[in-house]
Design a protein around this ligand. Sequence first.
Ligand code: MLC
Ligand code: AMP
Length: 533
Amino acid sequence: MGASLESIPLLPLFQEAKKYAEQDPNKIAVIDRTKGQSFTYRQLLGDVSATKKWLLEKAGLESTGDLEERRISFLVPNGYDYVTMQWAVWAAGGVCVPLCTTHPVKELLYTIGDSQPSLVVIHPTFEKVEAQLREHVDAIPFVTFEPLSAASEPSNLSLPPFSDSLSVDRRALMIYTSGTTSNPKGCVTTHKNITFQASSLVNAWEYSPSDHLIHVLPLHHIHGIINGLTASFLSGATVEMYPKFDPKTIWERWQDKGSSTMFFAVPTIYSRLVDYFDAHIRGTEQEAAAREGARALRLIVSGSAALPTPIKSRFLEITGQTLLERYGMTEIGMAISCGLDVEKRLDGSVGWPLPGVQVRLADKETGKIIEGVDEDGIIEVKGDNVFLEYWNRPEATAKEFTADGWFKTGDVARRAANGAYYIQGRASVDLIKTGGYKVSALEVERKMLGLDSVQEVAVVGVPDDEWGQRVAAIVKQRPGTAPLNLDDLRRQLKEEMAPYKVPTILRVVDAIERNAMGKVNKKDLLKKYWPDA
Ligand code: MLC
Ligand code: AMP
């Protein structure tokens, strides 16, 4: 590792950031809307250097100056402090385990317990949560992040020392993702993986230093981390960060025509944007400015879930923008994308494999590779974008790969004669996509079975215009318990899991049908209870 505790290893991301900081001392990396302050690339590198030293001291590793792939969990709100924290862990040779800012204590404890971090870093915003977490964790040191402020004269800042790069094969990031097992797994990617994932987007979507991204996505998932932060910083762009999405703020920002160039979001966010426009902007004196401002953006992308055509059409009518749709997954970053060229944005299609990403379709039953067109198959992916492992779960990792090393996504698609892919859904009914988040029906069922009143439960995803799917619970109540209602159920479950996993639909039934093998057929349940869905 490098000479001093402050030196920043020239990993590809830091090499690029250094270049932008040298070229223009005033170049803004982050606009932090919560702090109301802007931070240059120069200041960011300086703060990363100081935070790296701080981390190594807190971890008791001053002597080696290297976290050696130890995990660092951190609970930091979206903004400059988050970016600094993430880069400092990477600069120190550690693995980032970003914690979700809306998770209840129990779910945070699960992530901390499973990822076995050397340190848990908590931002003062989450002081209350910290006290509760500390009650349950004594073996791992907790440290408080000291919030950062913008320098009064950023152009006078000097650059910190740099050192040789670390191996890009080191683990870098661990994102918790729900899968076919009931507990979320830590998906580990290396620096090589995340640099590849971000670079392929930079090339395909032509990010540049003149780009300005309005960033509203959560930062415990790759959509916000890789497509939003990493690819933008790799290109010298400016990222304007908000704690969360709010449609009013976005329309106001877009009315300031030309002040931002990119926006990335999930279909639910576009649904909310068009609804807000119709309810509050259409027919008012702001209408023309809102339409023109949105039309002026260079790139507006939708992903993480299927984009319904009505939302795409309404957005187009309002803004003149054809949303660019792409397909990805925590384990592989982005794999398939429509083109920058508007003619290459086909309705209902996610487009073509990104440069360097190999994609094929395999028969669901036999695994045989599908060479022809218009035939359904499971998407399989290979390339430097593909993750390394699920943390501490070699068997689960091995299970997701074919014998010849392709990752099995579990998504079903069809390929047209022009090579474009059309997603048909997921092979498993137990994975639900709601608001862009993946939720394991098995995890929700397991948590619900922990409640006194629930004797049996089946959790399904009910199609929904706004959320894509809603999490719905069909429950057989335990005799003798107080009648179940949705509000009480939600209140109890919010203690157990993230708000987006908690069912928003409840059906209490006398019995949950099972087949001769004692199995529940969820497709039949959906048809029975939501025949119109
Ligand atoms: C929240 N609520 C929901 C819900 N989520 N109701 C139904 N279904 C859901 N999924 C409820 C809350 O419980 C609350 O109700 C009310 O809605 C408002 O909650 P909220 O938390 O404030 O929601 P909101 O902020 O409005 O969030 C909506 C959202 C958010 C769409 C902005 O979900 C979001 O940012 N989604 C993006 C997720 C994302 O980045 N996914 C990418 C994963 S990576 P009450 O009654 O409880 O108060 C990936 C790979 C790839 O997928 O390809 O990108
Ligand atoms: P996650 O596991 O949270 O990373 O979510 C990845 C999943 O989101 C994929 O396996 C798909 O099921 C889904 N997904 C992502 N992008 C799209 C898209 N454009 N269309 C349909 N589904 C998508």
